[in-house]
Design a protein around this ligand. Structure first.
Ligand code: NAD
Length: 280
């Protein structure tokens, strides 16, 4: 039976380190958070960010903007925060309304304030193994892997999902640890090859958003399984991996909820403190 890889205890340890770093800064670091409209998912992320910031001695400034705001006005608001020396980090809550191009928004944020690591300068630094700010979710996965004490060197790592915020940065972070990385996506599934790749994974990370996509029987005995997926099914939150049957085969597995989720906000705050230090 697999050991549960829970995010909370790992997050608690990192939070203690962040608290010390915050105390060592002359001024409390400031995170500016922009929320456009009133999407319930974004509202719930904001709540959890506010709570964590308070706990860590970080100033959280929320800017709630009307859902009909033009792209130009949103860009102007970000430019103001870029220029404001009192602001150390900027996060724009997703999803944005359809009339706003989120890629353009990622590129407007000052790279040294881009605590989500989405600006091309920061993704470029990640590509060059000179990471400044990596995506919070990808960093959370790496912290969970690190907490197992298993050396990733030469391990067969399979990442299912190749999004900008999870799969792609994760593949690069795993390469930096000298894992042998395979990235699967919709094309892999359509070609009927997902099962064969998953079956060879000593380290499996799934970030798709389809409940039960990964069958328990596909899990390699003794592997590490990190399930990033969040799916609401009949009032329950489920991951992308069939949990019960996978747990019987893996050595470590994340619960959903309670695995990656509780760590991502902590990673955001860690990036913010790093940003404050770099801007000094
Ligand atoms: P996305 O929609 O941007 O990307 C989905 C990826 O899955 C793509 O690479 C796509 O090709 C792939 N895919 C789709 N169908 C597939 C299939 N049948 N077989 C194989 N691959 C398939 O998603 P995202 O933003 O990366 O999020 C993925 C999941 O992770 C979602 O459930 C999301 O809610 C969750 N998530 C969780 C956290 C967290 O903190 N726990 C953070 C971010 C995302």
């Amino acid at each position: 039976m697999a050991k549960l890889l829970e995010g909370r205890p790992v997050a608690e340890k990192i939070k203690q380190e962040i608290k010390i770093q915050v105390r060592n800064l002359k001024q409390a670091p400031v995170l500016a958070s922009i929320m456009v409209g009133d999407n319930p998912c974004a509202a719930s992320y904001v709540k959890s960010q506010e709570k964590t910031a308070l706990e860590l001695g970080i100033v959280y400034k929320l800017f709630q903007l009307d859902k009909n705001i033009t792209e130009r006005c949103l860009i102007d608001s970000i430019l103001e925060l870029n220029a404001d020396k009192a602001v150390n980090g900027i996060i724009v809550q997703m999803p944005l309304p359809q009339h706003i191009d989120s890629k353009k928004i990622d590129e407007i944020i000052q790279p040294l304030k881009d605590v989500e690591g989405l600006h091309p300068e920061n993704t470029g630094k990640l590509f060059l193994s000179r990471t400044r700010f990596a995506s919070c979710t990808a960093s959370a996965v790496m912290e969970l892997l690190n907490s197992t004490g298993v050396d990733l060197y030469g391990k067969e790592a399979v990442v299912v999902g190749h999004s900008q915020i999870v799969g792609k940065p994760l593949a690069l972070l795993l390469l930096d640890k000298f894992a042998t990385v395979t990235v699967c996506h919709i094309g892999t599934s359509k070609a009927g090859k997902l099962e064969e790749h998953v079956k060879k994974a000593e380290v499996l990370i799934v970030a798709v958003g389809k409940a039960g996509l990964i069958k328990g029987g596909w899990i390699k005995e003794g592997s590490i399984v990190i399930d990033v997926g969040i799916n609401k099914v009949g009032g329950k939150i489920l991951g992308d991996v069939e949990f019960e049957s996978a747990q019987k085969r893996a050595a470590y597995i994340t619960p959903v909820p309670g695995g990656v989720g509780p760590l991502t906000v902590t990673m955001l705050m860690r990036n913010l403190v790093e940003a404050a230090k770099l801007q000094r």
